[in-house]
Design a protein. Structure first.
Length: 174
């Protein structure tokens, strides 16, 4: 028998190098696969947790307006307020100027309730699916209600003067 320095050469006790280390054993590869799957699953959960946290805490509307969080809340506001203006959007470049205009105008129109609603909420479908907003392509959707009925709806960026004109025309200063 020739002598060899190969690591898998049988040792005096009959075991090879791979028997000691487990590097070539099927058990090692099964354990490695399980370990990999556990780490992969952990990182998927971590990724999902991060995006849920991001959506809840950062993607929420950062305005000085009161927020509508559900369809039920919107229906209650419609029942309780004669004049209601709802801006349904995101914190994007077309929406923020409308929120800022609403924040400054709410002091001039105490008889109008100014609210915002996050466009991506499932309950925002009540605004997205109105016949008045169905063809809208840009955000935000701004809806003006009088006595629970839609009296005006606009889309996309609006100036403070545009909003003021609608408020004057539809809600007549009381």
């Amino acid at each position: 028998m020739k002598s060899s320095n190969h690591p898998d050469q049988l040792k005096p006790n009959g075991l090879s190098y791979s028997d000691y280390t487990g590097l070539h054993s099927p058990v090692f590869f099964v354990n490695a696969k399980k370990t990999f799957l556990l780490f992969f699953q952990f990182y998927i959960y971590l990724y999902l947790y991060f995006y849920i946290y991001l959506f809840i805490n950062i993607m929420a509307l950062q305005t000085q307006l009161e927020h509508i969080a559900s369809e039920k809340e919107l229906r209650e506001l419609l029942d309780e307020n004669e004049n209601l203006m709802v801006c349904c959007g995101r914190m994007g470049p077309m929406c923020v100027p409308v929120y800022r205009a609403m924040e400054t105008l709410k002091e001039d129109y105490p008889h109008v309730k100014f609210m915002d609603m996050e466009f991506d909420l499932p309950d925002a479908q009540i605004i997205r699916e109105l016949s008045e907003t169905r063809g809208f392509m840009g955000l935000p959707f701004t809806v003006y209600y009088k006595n629970g009925e839609v009296v005006a709806a606009t889309t996309s960026i609006q100036t403070k003067e545009d909003i003021r004109e609608i408020l004057e025309r539809k809600f007549e200063n009381q």
